[in-house]
Ligand binder design. Sequence first.
Ligand code: ADP
Length: 462
Amino acid sequence: ARAGGRGTARRHSQSAGDEEVYVAHRHPLGFVRVSLTTRSLDEIVVRAQRDVLVSGLLAMLGAVAFAAIFSRSVTRPVAELRDVTRSIAEGDLTRRPSLASAGEVGDLALAVTQMADQLGTRLDALEAEELLMHAVLESLDEGLMALDAAGRVVQINGRARAILRVHQPVPFELPDDELHEVVSDATASALRGESADPRDFSLRGRTVSIASRPLSTGGAVITLQELTALRRLETVRRDFVANVSHELKTPLTVVSGYAETLLDEGIAPDDRRRFVQAIRTNASRMQQIVDDLLDLSRIESGGWRPELANVDVPSLVTDIVMACSVDASRKALELRADLSSPVGTLRADPTALQQVLRNLVENAIRYTSDGTIIIKAERIASGPAVRFTVSDTGIGIPEEHLPRIFERFYRVDAGRSRDVGGTGLGLSIVKHLVEAHNGDASARSEAGRGTTVTVVFPGTPV
Ligand code: ADP
């Protein structure tokens, strides 16, 4: 310090007993000398180092946090856009990006919103169109089915499913059976591009009309119509005409034969009387058939409605027994009424009820050679319905014929029925009259032992 104005030294201090740093400074008045132990200097350096390290670390953490926050604010809208577009792609058209900021990301969000809106509108329109098409297809009375070029069913309405009895969801292959055979037969030409007019096919015991047209996209569209009921009706009508002609032919032949014979002058008076008698019998037989047919057609046409009145059942049954007793006694049959349970009145058409019971009693007399015929009336469970049973001890009806005896012209033994004056229409008329009252007719029988025919009149308004 003396030489240069300022001097430093670092040495062991005898008085302080440790290493000291000395700094001396020259002053006009003398020298200023300060000393500082090196230990406190080291402490200052270490503290300063630590402070630098801590503040450096803090600054780094701050920078990382700031960077994270900043980058999130940039990527969040993009990530949201990604999630929204993914949801839209997966079919959730209700989602929209919430972003409304300016810039490219904002434009992108707006474009995604518009795209989702348009997609939604188009899908709604498509759905409405599909619903309408489905409703139209299902409302068709005809069965409708579309096949692709490989012959697979790609569209089918409920009616076609009912006709073909298939239940799988589309698309499906037709089962490799009769159905497959019929459909491929009917569609072969359509799959080649040619139309085929309706043709009748027999499918699992039913008659189905199938028409096919080629589709412009390849494949074919098929229309199906169930004709079983129609064909059955046609058969019934044909059989009916044949039956009527057959029934009338025999008596007509007899009548015209005898009439021709009667033209001969030289016939003995006895023969003449016999022939006239035969003509009369056959004419009345034809009259009976025509009357029964007229009754049947009147009831079947649907124009006939029962005119309900309060019928006193015991007196009606007694009247019928009286009216038929002549025929019964001619065959030495016992005919009686069973009115053991109180019946009272029944609401029914009196004429129809009388015709039903007369028919049943006449049948019982016709097909019984000896024994008893009982006509019974009883109230069912003290309600308005009344059950009538006509039972006989006659020839009975073999079991296999029982389900069909209520059909028109159905007879177990046609020759026998004709011989005893039957037309084959009696039970059919009975069934129609009873059903017009919402009632029920049935028969039980044992061949050779007798028959019981039951009719139930509900006694309620029809
Ligand atoms: P039909 O005029 O021939 O008697 P129906 O329709 O009354 O015709 O009866 C049909 C057939 O049912 C009869 O031809 C007969 O074979 C049988 N049938 C009906 N009632 C009886 C009965 N009480 N006993 C035996 N057979 C019966």
